[in-house]
Design a protein. Structure first.
Ligand code: MG
Length: 114
């Protein structure tokens, strides 16, 4: 079957192949504490791109690094990230937004006064 580069299934399959290639399952690469540290590291690299005014290309690379880690975390933790995405997306679409300190915020606003 040809790879559909915009298909979630193909993307997840590629991430699974990456995990299999380096045997992440048996080498600590799927330990969640380690993955959280790696995701924080990539988020820092994204931050650096933005705050240091680096190119959009470099930013796209760092965002892709984080996305691959996030997708792999779905594999590592054993949940269906596609299903989780749509459940959360639907929830977010039903939420209200408010301006907070000059910026839009979409939240349940449980602890805030109306
Ligand atoms: Mg990176």
């Amino acid at each position: 079957m040809p790879i559909q580069t915009d298909s979630w299934q193909s993307m997840m399959q590629a991430v699974q192949e990456f995990h299999d290639k380096h045997d992440f399952k048996n080498t600590g690469g799927e330990e969640l504490n380690y993955r959280v540290a790696l995701m924080a590291e990539e988020l820092g690299e994204i931050s650096s791109c933005v705050t240091k005014g680096k190119s959009k290309h470099l930013l796209s690379e760092e965002v892709a690094d984080l996305l691959i880690l996030v997708m792999g975390t779905g594999i590592a933790a054993g949940f269906d990230l596609n299903q989780a995405f749509w459940e959360k997306m639907n929830e977010l679409m039903a939420r209200e937004s408010r301006m907070v300190n000059g910026r839009i915020r979409v939240s349940e606003f449980r602890d805030m006064e109306k």
